[in-house]
Design a protein around this ligand. Sequence first.
Ligand SMILES: O=P(O)(O)OC[C@H]1O[C@H](OP(=O)(O)OP(=O)(O)O)[C@H](O)[C@@H]1O
Ligand code: HPA
Ligand SMILES: [Mg+2]
Length: 174
Amino acid sequence: MTDNVKVMISEEQVNQRIRELAEQISKDYEGKSVHLICILKGSIFFCCDLAKRLTIPVTLDFMSVSSYGSETVSSGRVRILKDLDESIQGKNVLIVEDIIDTGRTLAYLSDLLGSRAPESLSICTLLDKPDRRVTDIDVKYVGFIIPDEFVVGYGLDYDQYYRNLPYVGVVDTK
Ligand SMILES: O=P(O)(O)OC[C@H]1O[C@H](OP(=O)(O)OP(=O)(O)O)[C@H](O)[C@@H]1O
Ligand code: HPA
Ligand SMILES: [Mg+2]
């Protein structure tokens, strides 16, 4: 099943970059606590690994959104499948995403969460695919900038498969 997946970012590279991001975030939020919002399903692995390496106090909440379904192109419509459990009012919120592609998901989420009066709102993404962007988004923490290819693994799926690969790869979808 993984025969048609080419490694783009190895497990070691992913782990090393997450350590660096965690160090940077821990410095930036020193003396505060951070409220991580894990955007399901894709960012589950990234959010867990990042959270474990933060040295500041952390709280967590989860939101599930979907716009790709079984396609490799965005449907253009962001659906909320599960909203947050708790209010984010007055919290230092950090949205944790696996990938920013067209940017539609995060544009929608930034507007929505920004309207709920957090103390601060920033974005952290493992992968950034700037070539496909259709919206302008301010992203504070980026793991890797990647070329315009449909990637899988480390949380990212193609038709729900491949999320469990410990690396980021490119799948031949033809
Ligand atoms: O920048 P965009 O073009 O909006 O794409 C990015 C979003 O698309 C994927 O989610 P998807 O809708 O596939 O849901 P999933 O995380 O459950 O796979 C990915 O996890 C991001 O949330
Ligand atoms: O390249 C991708 N792979 C998997 N899911 C995605 N959602 C947006 N872009 C991608
Ligand atoms: Mg998906």
